[in-house]
Design a protein around this ligand. Structure first.
Ligand SMILES: [Zn+2]
Length: 304
């Protein structure tokens, strides 16, 4: 064999060792920022946004030091991820969509390098107002008048919604709080959670819980339901039922509670929108959030 080739083969491990010593311990690609994001589905009109609407973006990231949300070349939110190596979850609510038109929201992860994820939006006030008003008509009305839950903090009647939680459901308190925060976030509705010590749960249509949502975990069949009670154009109280072992056995506690609380607000099931009201993601659409704000800026019985 040619002596030069033997020499080269003999040198190969040394050459590679030298190269390894000069490189970072981990290959560089292992430290490039990684971001996965989730947001309402875009099959139809999901990314339609406008004034008064909110868009929730959730995600997971690793190898990032911070995340920037950029609209029209402006940083509108910054999330410090607090951990470079660990995978973390983040979420942010966007309500500033900048100038009108079709464009991208940029979710930028910054670590050893930079990664950009883009979400196309259409900032169109006329269109989203039309969508929202249609939704108000479908979901928050009786005849041509507003039907909604009474006692809300952001409406003219100005009370928080009281959620009475009996002793047997105290284990759900944190999930109930999280569910309440969900609607606070989207609809600016305040809830007051009141742990009580009564063991007996009311019937589906109790007479004594006006102004309350009562949580009941004695529901015996697999599932959950809500039973709002109303008169005229008002929903004044009612019960949310949970099959306790079922809720405890999965991670959807707060999700299920949010879903049932959505029924109390007046929302029915929708489909194909990837939202909390159609068994999709833990989200609602910007036009739905706007619709809730419109409905709850009026009194029960007001014209739409
Ligand atoms: Zn439902």
């Amino acid at each position: 064999m040619n002596k030069k080739i033997i020499l080269l083969i003999g040198l190969l491990p040394i050459l590679f060792n030298v190269q390894c010593k000069e490189s970072p311990v981990s290959p560089p690609y292992e430290r490039d920022p990684v971001i996965e994001i989730e947001y309402p589905d875009d099959r139809d009109y999901t990314h339609l946004v406008g004034e008064g609407a909110t868009l929730l973006i959730k995600g997971k990231t690793v190898y990032t030091e911070r995340i920037l949300i950029i609209v029209d070349d402006r940083i509108i939110d910054e999330i410090i991820t607090d951990s470079f190596k660990r995978k973390i979850e983040f979420k942010t609510i966007i309500s500033d969509f900048g100038s009108p038109g079709i464009k991208d929201i940029i979710v930028r992860g910054i670590g050893e390098s930079v990664i950009n994820k883009k979400i196309q939006i259409e900032n169109n006030q006329v269109k989203i107002q039309q969508m929202a008003m249609q939704f108000v008509g479908e979901q928050f009305s009786k005849g041509e008048r507003i039907m909604r839950l009474l006692n809300l903090s952001n409406g003219p009647l100005a009370y928080s919604v009281r959620i009475k939680v009996p002793a047997e459901a105290h284990a759900y308190l944190s999930a109930i709080e999280e569910g309440a925060k969900f609607w606070k976030l989207f609809a600016d509705i305040d809830y007051r959670i009141i742990p009580v010590n009564e063991q007996s749960a009311p019937d589906c249509y109790p007479n004594d819980i006006f102004g309350y949502i009562y949580i009941d975990t004695s529901f015996k069949e697999n599932g959950s339901w809500s039973c709002p009670r109303g008169g005229g154009y008002e929903i004044v109280g009612g019960v949310i039922y949970f099959y306790a072992p079922w809720v405890f056995s999965n991670s959807f506690n707060a999700y299920v509670i949010s879903h049932e609380m959505g029924h109390f607000l007046g929302m029915g099931h929708s489909s194909g929108h990837n939202t909390v009201m159609d068994g999709g993601d833990y989200l609602i659409h910007p036009f739905q959030a706007l619709a809730i704000r419109i409905a709850y800026s009026k009194n029960p019985g007001d014209p739409i």
